[in-house]
Design a protein around this ligand. Sequence first.
Ligand code: NAD
Ligand code: GLY
Length: 363
Amino acid sequence: MKTVKVNLNKRSYKIHIGNNILKKLPSLIKLDKPDTPLFVVTNKKVNTLYGAKLKKALKPLGKKILFYEIPDSERAKSFPVYIKTIRRLARFAKKVKPFVFAFGGGVTGDLTGFVASAYRRGVPYIQIPTTLLAQVDSAIGGKVAIDIKEAKNIVGNFYQPKMVICDLVFLKTLPERELRNGLAEVVKYGIIKDKKLFSFLEKNIKSILKLNAKTLEYIVFKSCFIKARVVEKDELDTKDLRAILNFGHTLGHAIEAASCYSRSVMHGEAVALGMVMASRIALKRKMIKKRDYEKICSLIRRVVPKTKLKHIRLKNILNALSYDKKFIYGVNRFILPEGIGHVKIVDKVPDVLIKETIENTRV
Ligand code: NAD
Ligand code: GLY
């Protein structure tokens, strides 16, 4: 088992990564009060696949446990599901402070973290991510949120988990498209911070997609390590440091919102397109060498080969873009690559360049 510590003073926590590590949960967890009930938020798919396994792992703690199922899609990150979940939690843990578990992909993690952040002004929670995307990104760093029709992740909090457990065993049942979806975020880490990771991905995509345990552990560990170091420097996203994690997300989020969060474009796929678009903007602004631009596009195309955008109207993408959380006082803000391994925050990218880039990247 490998461990990455996120150093945030009183809010510090560990990310454990390895194969079949769920059974170690009771030895890793600290529950102060003897009567703490455990509230596990999950969905039907994950519960059917792995609910019994988690129940068995939690049994030695001897606590009252409830597995609560939320719908399986981005629609779960909504006010109606948030309210239903928090009310069920209130009825379950009437007189005592519960301990909450987010057991599933990024959707479950974001919604559950938001619930945990608000209930009784905050109760402890653990992230047990079961998709690659959640293990390398969404379960770490404490950004928790739900969506509204106008924009994604716009209602939320910063609320760090007490622990993250990335058991690689879960990835065995992930459809390949979901695996590629998560890999897009790993490519992101290579481009923003780590040339070696980028080269590793270029050489090892096939082995990763075949779920080779060693390569998987390496990319999850590296991703968690990079994200932890960035989050430590700018936990609340106020110092223009954490923003680099949003490379590819400016246009990525707009694409997701414009497609009404349907799975026709998954989060990682939208981010992949967003990264290609940001790199093209960087090329046009002469910030990046053509060779690096081509390497980025080529790796992204190998990771996420078939994302179609033609059905999404340009007008809708541009409208969604105007809700981007990075935009301040109406000025747009992009994270653009200067090469492989480093990016720069750039404000005021001309609208005409944004439009031209979206049109050119649509297939
Ligand atoms: P998801 O949670 O919808 O999971 C994808 C699908 O995989 C679902 O159908 C789910 O039921 C299924 N699934 C989960 N685990 C499985 C397993 N082990 N085997 C088989 N199927 C499994 O989507 P996601 O891609 O994990 O997460 C996307 C969400 O994460 C988006 O809402 C995005 O905004 C959010 N996100 C948040 C952050 C953050 O910092 N908080 C960062 C990146 C993404
Ligand atoms: N996913 C972006 C962040 O955590 O800041």
